[in-house]
Design a protein around this ligand. Structure first.
Ligand code: SAM
Length: 255
């Protein structure tokens, strides 16, 4: 599998998100000045357009969710606490996650979309999972099912996920090629799918084809590291679908 670290400039177009690439530590709200900074913060235009294209949210709504996220100290403190405790003596897979920037984009999408069932493949530390779960918790609604083949440097898949969010999370250990179909049969219909597991062409295409059948009308297919190969664009072309991209994150709406 190829790893593509978000915040190390690996992907084309990543500079548009560079302002967002700080880890959560920099989001600490310190006094009135910290709150003002959180309130004044604006997503880069490309990120805002990506969210608007996929969800129909207008700029004011996007801004509302971004500020809400940046003011959420329970989330920031929990993630930062777990991250620093874990990575004291070793390299953390945080570096290979979807990253804080796209994590925030996932958060806003899930706040706007209010999904009932989200399925993702690829958890590692759980950056994407934490942001999705953070949104579901604010929505007071929804569950996240995550398939992950553990084994890399992790103690356990999703070690970063704040404890207060875990009641909405269901982990399915194993390969997506074995676990995705049975999981989707069990949950029957999904609102959001996120691919971030094995980024080989064949695995990506198979996950897209499988998840698409179970996506509800109005549902979203999201995929990380779409720049690894042509699977995302081939899937769009082969099915006559319009795909959107933000750096190396792709998204398609099911009509
Ligand atoms: C890029 S990391 C996921 C990062 C995560 N989405 C985040 O934002 O923190 C990829 C994860 O997929 C897992 N993985 C690799 N191949 C897989 C497969 N065939 N099926 C399921 N998970 C797989 C890896 O063990 C790793 O935990």
């Amino acid at each position: 599998m190829r790893w593509s670290p978000l915040c190390r400039g690996a992907a084309p177009g990543i500079n548009i998100l560079s302002g967002l690439c700080s880890v959560t530590a920099s989001l600490k709200i310190e006094g009135r000045e910290g709150v003002r900074r959180a309130m004044d913060y604006k997503l880069p235009r490309a990120a805002e357009s990506f969210i608007t294209n996929l969800t129909g949210a207008d700029a004011d709504e996007v801004k509302k969710y971004v500020v809400e996220f940046r003011l959420n100290q329970e989330f920031q403190n929990s993630v930062e606490g777990k991250r620093s405790a874990f990575s004291q003596n070793r390299r953390s897979s945080w570096d290979y996650s979807i990253g804080a920037a796209l994590g925030l984009v996932l958060y806003v999408i899930c706040r706007r979309q209010k999904p009932r069932i989200v399925v993702e493949t690829g958890v590692a530390s759980g950056v994407s999972s934490s942001h999705i779960l953070g949104a579901l918790e604010q929505n007071k609604h929804g569950r996240l099912y995550s398939i992950d083949l553990p084994g890399w440097q992790e103690d356990r898949s999703g070690w970063l996920i704040p404890d207060y969010l875990r009641h909405r999370w269901h982990l399915v250990p194993g390969r997506s090629s074995d676990e995705l179909k049975p999981l989707l049969r069990k949950v029957a219909a999904i609102d959001t799918f996120l691919h971030d597991s094995d980024h080989s062409y064949q695995n990506m295409l198979e996950e897209f084809q499988t998840a698409w059948k179970y996506l509800k009308s109005g549902g979203l297919l999201l995929a990380h590291n779409i720049d690894n190969n042509n699977a995302f664009s081939d899937f769009c072309r082969g099915n006559g679908l319009k795909g959107y991209s933000l750096a190396n994150l792709g998204g398609i709406i099911k009509a």
